[in-house]
Design a protein. Structure first.
Length: 47
């Protein structure tokens, strides 16, 4: 599934979506708030 599709499916249900461009961006975002769930690509660049 693409990020766009996941966003379209989850946002109407009230989920707050934060997206990262790469692994370093993801780690920075996770450090600034405590997400309930993280969906990730294990082959994400800079991870």
């Amino acid at each position: 599934m693409t990020r766009d599709l996941l966003r379209m499916m989850l946002t109407p249900s009230g989920f707050e979506i934060h997206e990262a461009e790469d692994g370093l961006d993801a780690l920075e975002k996770i450090g600034s708030f405590m997400p309930d769930i993280v969906l990730l690509d294990v082959m994400m660049p800079n991870m």
